[in-house]
Structure formats: structure tokens, C-alpha cells
Design a protein around this ligand. Structure first.
Ligand SMILES: Nc1ncnc2c1ncn2[C@@H]1O[C@H](COP(=O)(O)OP(=O)(O)OP(=O)(O)O)[C@@H](O)[C@H]1O
Length: 254
């Protein structure tokens, strides 16, 4: 199967410090790929390279099998790559519709086309089976952490995105809200998107991912199918960069 997004041989340094070393990483349509690694392993840096925030020093990114050049977040957006960052970048003083269309408002002549934005926001939320918000005209400040995460994810998929990268979407959530967001993550993949889930939480990773990519000190230690590994092996990959029992071939389960 050709990956929708394939990163090959990426190097990235900040001044004299090399943070990513020859990193390979793939994400597949219809699947959740968990990107795991200890603090400072390079997960955010890799994602920011894919999202056009940091230029890469070497290597290439292929989208749908073709090499692409991503120099800005706009380039990434045009390909259909959306990143939902941990801070979510939602405006508290605006309502759900306003947040979902922020910076990309629909207009009808000089006026904002509120009806069509409302309709599309509603359609997107219901296509994701999001029923937790009372009204899409509710201010984001009145939403719970899980609902905010949901809105941020819906905002990312509103733009015909094909790859959605979620940075620790459950980090600040309680048990019930975590379950809700994980369900949404699964549904995104089931609709055909390639979903990348950055997570430190092994339970989340095993609950929802099809594949796991483990970064260790800026190198890709392994990319494996979730069904081929145990919690303990993944912890070993995260903390030691290898797992003796896996029998990996160039970091990939044969
Ligand atoms: N803008 C920057 N300038 C210099 N060094 C940076 C910069 N951004 C990240 N780094 C360094 O790169 C390394 C990888 O950081 P990164 O944030 O990508 O890791 P991470 O895996 O996302 O960690 P965490 O789980 O803590 O978010 C760290 O050593 C960090 O200090």
C-alpha cells in the first residue's frame, strides 16, 4: 500500500544541534498512525517540518506517491495536511462557527455568509457524529476541554483535509472526554483520512492506532503495526530506541 504521506531521510538541525537524523515516516489513508517518543525525541519538530513551519535540511516529503515541496503552512494546507496543535489556537470570545471559519470566512458580496458557514459547520460536526455541543453558536469559552478538542479537529477537517495530525489531543482530558476524542480520532480514519496521533499515552495508542512510529533521540527507532507489538515493546522502543524481541528489518516489522 502506498502511503499518503511519506517522509524520507529528513535531517533537521537548529544551529549546531541536530534534532532529526535521517527520519523515515509514513502515514496511510484510512489509518491512525501513532507517533510516539520521549520528551525531546523530535515529534513536534518532525510534525512542524511536515506542516511547513520548519524548513528541512535534507530529505524529501512525498504526498500520494509524488515528491512535494512544503515551504509554508499554506503549502501544507493546499495539499490537505492540517495540524491540530496542543494549544488548539481557538479564540475564546468567538463562537464555534466563527472559530471554524476563522481567517477563511465565506462572504456573500461584502457581508459574511453566516447561513452557509453555519450549514457547513453543522454538516461537518454531524458527519463526525459530534453531538456533544449544544449549539454551534455557543462561545468557545463555554466549552469543556473535550468539546474544544472536538471543535479544533472539526475545524481541521472542514477544509477537505487528507492528512490530519493531532498533537496530544487527550493530554488535558479526563477519562470520559478522552474516550470521546479517541472515538472521533478513529472515525476520522474510518472516513478515509490519514490520521497521525502524537501521544505519550500507551492506552490511547493501543486503543486507536493501526501503526506505531517510535522516535528515539531524533531517529526513527521503528515503524510497526500495532497488532504486532506489546505495550512493553513500545515502551522499550521509546526509552531505549530498540526492542530486542521485535526482529525488525531496517526499523520496520517484516
Ligand atoms: N526552535 C528550536 N530551537 C532549538 N532547539 C529546538 C527547537 N525546537 C526544538 N528543539 C530541540 O529539539 C529537540 C526535539 O524537540 P521536540 O519538541 O521536537 O520534541 P518532542 O518529541 O516533541 O518532545 P515533547 O514530547 O516534549 O513535546 C529537543 O532537544 C528540543 O530542545
Amino acid at each position: 500500500m502506498t502511503p499518503l504521506l511519506a517522509v524520507r531521510g529528513i535531517d533537521k538541525s537548529f544551529g549546531p544541534v541536530k534534532v532529526l537524523h535521517n527520519v523515515e515516516f509514513s502515514a496511510y489513508a484510512g489509518e491512525v498512525t501513532a507517533l510516539v517518543g520521549d520528551n525531546g525525541a523530535g515529534k513536534s519538530t518532525l510534525v512542524k517540518c511536515i506542516g511547513g513551519i520548519y524548513p528541512i535540511d535534507a530529505g524529501e516529503i512525498a504526498f500520494d506517491g509524488k515528491p512535494v515541496h512544503i515551504h509554508t503552512p499554506r503549502d501544507a494546507g493546499e495539499l490537505g495536511i492540517e495540524i491540530v496543535y496542543q494549544d488548539l489556537a481557538l479564540c475564546d470570545n468567538l463562537d464555534i462557527v466563527q472559530n471554524m471559519f476563522l481567517g477563511r470566512e465565506r462572504r456573500n458580496g461584502l457581508l459574511l455568509d453566516e447561513d452557509s458557514m453555519e450549514e457547513l459547520a453543522e454538516k461537518t460536526l454531524s458527519s463526525l457524529s459530534v453531538r456533544t455541543v449544544k449549539s454551534i453558536r455557543q462561545q468557545v469559552s463555554s466549552l469543556s476541554g473535550g468539546q474544544r478538542q472536538t471543535v479544533a479537529i472539526a475545524k481541521a477537517v472542514l477544509w477537505n483535509s487528507k492528512v490530519v495530525i493531532l498533537d496530544e489531543p487527550t493530554a488535558a482530558l479526563g477519562v470520559a472526554q478522552t474516550a470521546q476524542v479517541l472515538e472521533l480520532v478513529r472515525r476520522l480514519a474510518d472516513t478515509g483520512l490519514a490520521v497521525v496521533l502524537i501521544s505519550h499515552n500507551m492506552n490511547d495508542v493501543f486503543a486507536v492506532s493501526d501503526r506505531i512510529a517510535a522516535l528515539y533521540l531524533g531517529r526513527m527507532a521503528a515503524q510497526v503495526r500495532t497488532s504486532d507489538v506489546t505495550h512493553a515493546q513500545v515502551v522499550e522502543l521509546i526509552t531505549a530506541g530498540r526492542s530486542g524481541e521485535l526482529g525488525l528489518k531496517n526499523g520496520v516489522t517484516p
